[in-house]
Each structure stands twice: as C-alpha cells, then as structure tokens.
Design a protein around this ligand. Structure first.
Ligand code: ATP
Ligand code: MN
Ligand code: MN
Length: 303
C-alpha cells in the first residue's frame, strides 16, 4: 500500500464535513458540472489529493460564480472558515500573514464549500516553511510549441537529473504543460533550491536556445518552452496533483509514470469525469514511494 494513502487514513479527521450550500450551482458551465459535482470529485479522490496538500501553506483559486466568471487566487485565511487551519508566516514583502493550512478531509471540503476549485501548496510544510522538500520544473510551452516537444523536453530534463543522481516524477498540469518534480529528503533551504533550479534552467536555455528559455519575458517564448524555475522559492506554489483546474472541461493535474508519457496526447487529458474511475482501475500510484527517496541538493551546493 502506498505510504501516502496510509498517511491520509491515519490523519483522517472524524470531523463532519460542512454542509454544502447551493449544490446545484453550475461551476463549470461548458460541461454543466455543479458545486455538488466538485464536492463529490474531491471526496472521491480524497485519499490521493489530501496527502499532496496536508500541512502545507496553501493557496486556492476560488470561483464563486463558476469558471466563466471572475476567479481569484487566495493565500490567506479569511473570516468564515471554521475548519481550515492557518499558520502565521513571514511575508516575502515584509510583515506576516495567516496562511491557509488544510489538516483533514473536513477542512478541504470546507474550501469546496467556499467555491475553491484549485489547490496550490507550497513546496514546504507549515511546520518547516523554510525547508523545501520538492523542486518543481514547470514546463510552459509557448503558443506555437507542439505537445510532443513538451514531452521530449520533460524526458531530456529527467535524463539530466538522472545524471545528477536525482530521481524525478512527472505530472500533467491539466493546462498546457508538464511539471517535473524532484523530491528532497531531507529538504534544502530555499536559497539553495532556487539557485539549483535557476542554474538548471539557465544551463538548458544556454545549451539549446532554440528549444528553451529561462526568462519569464513572454515575447521571447513563441516557439520555445519556458523552464519556469520560479516555482522554487519561499512562498511560491505549484498546483497539487489531483487538483481540478478552473478551465474548460474541468481538467485535473495528474501524476503519470514516465512510461505512460509516450501515449499522452495533451496536458488536459484527465478530467473530473474520468479521474475517479481511473484511480479505481489503476494498479499502482505513479508517484509511489516519492516521500521515501533519500536525495537532496547538498552535493550541488558548491557549484
Ligand atoms: P500550465 O501547464 O497551463 O502552465 P500550470 O499550473 O503550470 O499550468 P502556470 O501558469 O505555469 O500554470 O503556473 C504555475 C504555478 O504558479 C501555478 O500552478 C500556481 O501555483 C502558481 N500561480 C499561478 N497563478 C498565480 C498567481 N496569480 N499568483 C501566484 N501564484 C500563481
Ligand atoms: Mn506551467
Ligand atoms: Mn509557469
């Protein structure tokens, strides 16, 4: 049994989930998926989704009137949340703020009651916010890049990481691109993590400037893939595996095996409608054992 699953079971709270108001409200108008559908989806994938966000400072995307209307990104705890915990953390901009932390199933479902569609955790835990335990290479293709090239980029990055004796895992974002995720255990401070990710992206862009860019400037992308290393800083987030995306067809950010990358057609191939059944059918978690891998960036610290 995957470790993550066991963790979710043992931390599962007995607290009652909140009552859902407006269950028939349409949140994904193109597929007529309701707030109840979102609640049912999150309940169905709870054993997979909860371990990805539990105990981490969390940002959410809330769409109170559905994905066709305004949605907003929320980092901080707000009035009305009774089950969701918080942690007071230093802000990058100075001062401090109360960040959202989900500790159990009931609090995750309370966020659904508040019309949260997307979950975006930090790469660190609330108890140790300054220690990164994941590096995320966020592959953002320019508008003219075929998906096959994004797939090849992910494979190439994996190969380079393997040469550095770092195992990596793959997630389709539910949007346009892929995330290559490197677990760190024990974790590393954010300064080292950011320098590593930035250096890795710069090296790629310098070696193959026709394929990759490592600067956020939009105009330089077009036919290239932006290696978004900026996910790797204190306070930065990346979408959680199994989170819905507030986009057409309600796609899901889905971990996949490297072996199944070949037949993947697009980054939003998995949706609210098929993921629960896919998880039941699946024999193995593609990220099984990710939190037991002992590797980190210490040996690259000097470079
Ligand atoms: P795609 O494959 O379409 O790029 P993605 O999830 O990687 O999907 P990005 O736009 O590349 O989307 O964003 C990467 C991450 O940056 C997001 O998953 C999210 O956690 C974070 N992010 C996105 N928008 C904001 C925002 N407005 N404020 C802060 N962080 C954000
Ligand atoms: Mn991206
Ligand atoms: Mn990005």
């Amino acid at each position: 049994k995957p470790a993550a699953k066991t963790a979710a079971k043992t931390t599962r709270s007995r607290r009652e989930p909140p009552r859902l108001s407006s269950p028939t409200k349409i949140l994904f108008p193109d597929i007529r998926a309701t707030k109840q559908d979102v609640f049912d989806y999150c309940s169905a994938v709870m054993d997979h989704l909860l371990p990805e966000i539990i105990g981490r400072p969390l940002s959410i995307i809330r769409c109170p009137s559905g994905t066709a209307k305004a949605c907003f990104f929320q980092k901080h705890h707000t009035a009305g949340l009774e089950l969701v915990s918080s942690v007071r953390l230093k802000e990058e901009s100075g001062g401090s703020g109360e960040y959202l932390v989900v500790e159990d199933e009931a609090s995750l479902l309370e966020l659904v009651q508040f019309n949260s569609l997307e979950f975006h955790p930090w790469g660190s835990h609330a108890a140790k916010p300054d220690i990164a335990d994941r590096v995320v290479f966020d592959l953002d293709p320019g508008p003219d890049v075929p998906f096959a090239e994004v797939k090849q980029a992910a494979r190439d990055i994996r190969k380079l990481l393997t040469q550095m004796e770092l195992q990596s895992f793959l997630r389709v974002t539910g949007g346009k691109g892929l995330h290559v995720v490197v677990p760190l255990n024990p974790g590393c401070d954010w300064d080292l993590t950011r320098r590593f990710a930035h250096g890795f992206a710069d090296t790629l862009a310098n070696t193959e400037p026709d394929r990759f860019v490592a600067t956020a400037t939009k105009s330089r992308r077009n036919r290239r893939i932006f290696i978004d290393y900026l996910r790797n800083g204190r306070g930065a987030t990346a979408v959680a595996s199994y989170s819905l995306r507030a986009r057409d067809r309600a796609p899901v950010a889905m971990p996949i095996t490297w072996e199944s990358l070949g037949k993947l057609k697009r980054a939003d191939a998995f949706t609210i409608r098929d993921v629960p059944a896919t998880l039941k059918r699946r024999r193995k978690d593609p990220w099984a054992g990710i939190d037991r891998i002992k590797q980190n960036l210490a040996r690259w610290a000097e470079t």
